[in-house]
Design a protein around this ligand. Structure first.
Ligand SMILES: Cc1cc2nc3c(=O)[nH]c(=O)nc-3n(C[C@H](O)[C@H](O)[C@H](O)COP(=O)(O)OP(=O)(O)OC[C@H]3O[C@@H](n4cnc5c(N)ncnc54)[C@H](O)[C@@H]3O)c2cc1C
Length: 409
């Protein structure tokens, strides 16, 4: 089914909508689907505005989950086991989880197809320039046109007049505050989807962290997702203050592949940077009743600062917002439990001030804990007892130093 509906236009007439979603990326589309599935779009209208007319396969998303994402046609591959980052000869079952790989092109297509039957959605291909909050509505402005909306969901950074920014976001937008308050790191990565001349991969098992590369005063590892015996995504990832450049990554990737004697062709390249910061964290549980501009996605605090994963949280937040809207309850934020924010602070400080120790921390985590516990911990679903068991087995002096630095800052 094509989504080139009559409603995809480039210059909208003056109009008004109940909801506007700015940005048809991961969080925008998850939210649109949730509004639709909650039945809100039977009577209310939604405008989805996206600036990129040729949105294509601009990234891939991976995450672990117990249930398969629906519809599972959007999943290009899944794995039930991973090699242990501590000992790459040991293979660990992910049960009850699977690790999923989704190409963004398949995600965009799948969600748009599900929404294509909804007459109350209008799609605009336009660049929003500014948002102005007025007393009972919001004016969404592009260079040439504007429209009103009762509420706006924003997944991109734009000037917003008439509404205070949520806690962390205002700090983040100011470079000065960013340095002063909390360590800020980048998760940067360069990946190649490779075709090899002979079958060498075991496509039933993924590698999330292989530390068998120079650390270069950062925490760096190789991520390997085999799609078949002769095709895999090999990606180098850096947690560091400086972003990994393509040239640096290319040298490291070639060295790594040469060491393994892999003869390859590059089919596709992926390059990206994700902010690793606790500064998007929201402290209040619910938005104020009069909030009309709501941040979603990365800006709303969906990305876990110490892992860069956020896709699943965006889906869950979309569902939570839609449910609250339907039930006319206070709108939730993506607030995380304080103790998990605190753990992230400690680890970010270690990665910031002792980047060469990151490798030891992650290896020790996977060496001493069952994988399912590690994944639940990263999902912030462990109990305090389990967290004590985890921290007791980590390099304790490193965490105590980080704690001191946290207290004094
Ligand atoms: C390369 C890459 C790979 C990633 N991989 C993973 C992963 O494997 N797993 C995971 O959990 N997370 C991953 N992430 C992190 C996170 O899930 C993604 O960044 C995710 O796409 C963020 O969703 P979002 O909605 O906040 O932003 P986006 O998906 O970037 O959506 C924002 C949208 O807004 C549009 N836009 C921007 N400005 C305007 C404007 N002025 N007017 C209208 N539209 C506008 C953009 O074109 C874009 O489509 C990855 C991030 C990157 C960069």
């Amino acid at each position: 089914m094509s989504i080139q509906l009559q409603s995809v236009i480039s210059a909208p007439p003056a109009s008004s909508f109940d909801f506007t979603i700015v940005g048809a990326g991961a969080s925008g589309l998850w939210l649109a689907l949730a509004l639709f599935e909650e039945g809100l779009l039977e009577n209310l209208t939604l405008c989805i505005v996206e600036s990129d007319a040729s949105k294509h396969n601009d990234r891939t998303w991976c995450y672990w989950e117990v249930a398969s994402p629906q519809p599972n046609v959007m999943v290009s591959k899944s794995w039930n086991s991973i090699y242990n980052p501590h000992n790459l000869l040991s293979r660990n079952d992910l049960l009850p989880y699977s690790y999923y790989h989704i190409r963004s092109a398949d995600f965009y297509k799948s969600i748009k197809q599900q929404l294509a039957t909804c007459a109350n959605i209008t799609w605009y291909t336009l660049t929003v320039a500014e948002i102005e909050v007025q007393s009972h509505r919001v004016l969404v402005k592009t260079v040439d046109t504007s429209w009103y909306s009762s509420q706006v969901f924003l997944s991109t950074q734009l000037p917003v007049r008439g509404q205070n920014l949520t806690d962390g976001l205002s700090d983040f937008l100011s470079q000065k505050e960013r340095k002063k308050n909390a360590p800020f790191l980048w998760q940067s990565f360069v990946g190649w989807r490779l075709q090899t001349s002979s079958p060498i991969f075991d496509d039933t098992c993924a590698t999330l962290m292989c530390f068998d590369i120079p650390q270069q005063n950062s925490t760096q590892f190789i991520y390997e997702l085999p799609f078949s015996a002769s095709e895999a995504l090999i990606e180098i990832t850096r947690f560091g203050q400086n972003q990994l450049t393509y040239q640096e990554a290319e040298i490291l990737l070639r060295e790594f592949l040469e060491k393994k004697n892999i003869d390859f062709n590059i089919l596709e390249k992926e390059h990206g940077n994700i902010p690793m910061t606790a500064q998007f964290d929201v402290r209040r549980k619910y938005l104020e009743a009069e909030t009309r501009v709501i941040y979603i996605g990365t800006l709303g605090g969906a990305i876990k600062p110490t892992t860069g994963y956020g896709f699943k949280r965006m889906q869950n937040y979309g569902k939570a917002l839609a449910k609250a809207l339907r039930e006319q309850k206070p709108l939730p934020t993506m607030r995380r439990l304080n103790r998990f924010r605190f753990y992230d602070h400690l680890l970010l400080r270690i990665l910031y001030s002792s980047p060469h120790r990151g490798k030891a921390v992650f290896q020790r985590l996977f060496e001493t804990q069952p994988i399912s516990r590690v994944l639940r911990f990263l999902d912030e679903e462990t109990t305090i007892l389990e967290e004590i068991l985890i921290f007791l087995r980590l390099p304790i002096r490193l965490f105590l130093r980080s704690l001191l630095s946290y207290c004094f800052n």
